[in-house]
Design a protein around this ligand. Structure first.
Ligand code: ADP
Length: 295
């Protein structure tokens, strides 16, 4: 199955251009959509899920036109929105059952088998009788994934799934996502670089409604080989350096500023060339530095 997004634009009534001529061609497997807050990720996710109209362009999944054929889309779609509302007083099994009915699974026995299978897969079966209001952030997200998998979806959209999870919960969530399989399209929207580096075989970086880069993370990082340098500078010199060099990122470290710089040769005496990482690609892209892929 192929998801084809062609020249999609969306401007909200407050004149914010949330999507500007976005085109993406996404096949089976895990696709990471990475971008800072406000980049347009949720707008794109909601539009692909058929929950929001686009102004221009087209979106198709296989032979389904997302704009015209919402009914058909719903049959193959699993969607975990950014804000997944749970009814705090209802228990997990009850809500799961309700959502399965909504998805068109009329047979009660079938629903119970499905609940056992998906809630076990997400490690929640033992908590099935607990009220959702007592679930931790990680448990809620796992429930969100369980419900998104109802009906064997061919297109799964997860919007910012790990925001607010602690490292253990995030790890567990990553393992769960990676088990979903290679035969469906999974789009993971996130502002967390590790979500993409850990999980995705293809990715795009979006900023201010525009797709800046598309490709395989490994190949994209390779383009930065021999261009990323790391070193320490004094705090007082940092401002000047950031104006005269292509600083990718900086952080305080033992009273000095540790910086990573994009450069074809040693940018500052004593700096060492380091292996590029996805984070370098991400910051170089969203800070509009002159990388090979940006030229
Ligand atoms: P992201 O998911 O990457 O954080 P969003 O798609 O939520 O980005 O938002 C993209 C831009 O559109 C932001 O500037 C945001 O403020 C704006 N926006 C999002 N939803 C609406 C809305 N319903 N009405 C007006 N502006 C919106």
């Amino acid at each position: 199955m192929q998801l084809l997004i062609k020249n999609v634009s969306k401007t909200y009534s407050n004149s914010v251009e949330a999507l500007k001529n976005v085109s993406l061609d996404i096949g089976n497997g895990m696709f990471g959509l990475l971008g800072p807050n406000g980049a347009g990720k949720s707008t794109l996710m909601r539009t692909i899920a058929g929950l929001q109209e686009l102004d221009k362009g087209s979106i198709t999944v296989g032979s389904i036109d997302v704009v015209k054929d919402k009914q058909e889309l719903r049959k193959i779609l699993g969607y975990l929105p950014q804000e997944f509302g749970l009814y705090p007083k209802v228990n997990a099994l009850e809500l799961f059952d309700h959502l399965a009915v909504m998805k068109g699974i009329a047979n009660k026995k079938e629903r119970i088998e499905l609940a056992e299978s998906l809630l076990s897969q997400t490690n929640l079966w033992k908590y099935r009788n607990r009220k959702l209001g007592t679930f931790s952030g990680g448990m809620k997200q796992r429930f969100g994934i369980a419900q998104a998998l109802i009906g064997n979806p061919k297109l799964i959209i997860v919007d910012e799934p790990t925001a607010g999870l602690d490292p253990t919960e995030r790890n567990r969530f990553h393992n769960l996502l990676s088990e979903i399989g290679e035969n469906v399209i999974v789009i993971l929207s996130t502002h967390i670089v590790e979500d993409v580096s850990d999980l995705c075989s293809n990715m795009a970086i979006i900023k201010e409604g525009e797709v800046k880069i598309i490709g395989e993370p490994i190949a994209l990082i390779k383009d930065l080989t021999k261009q990323v340098w790391m070193g320490f500078v004094d705090k007082k010199d940092f401002k000047n350096i950031s104006e005269t060099h292509q600083v990718i990122s900086s952080k305080l470290s033992t009273g000095k500023v540790q910086i990573r710089v994009l450069s074809d040769s040693e940018p500052i005496t004593g700096f060492t060339e380091v292996q590029p990482e996805i984070e370098d690609l991400y910051f170089a892209t969203i800070n509009d530095l002159d990388t090979e892929s940006n030229k």
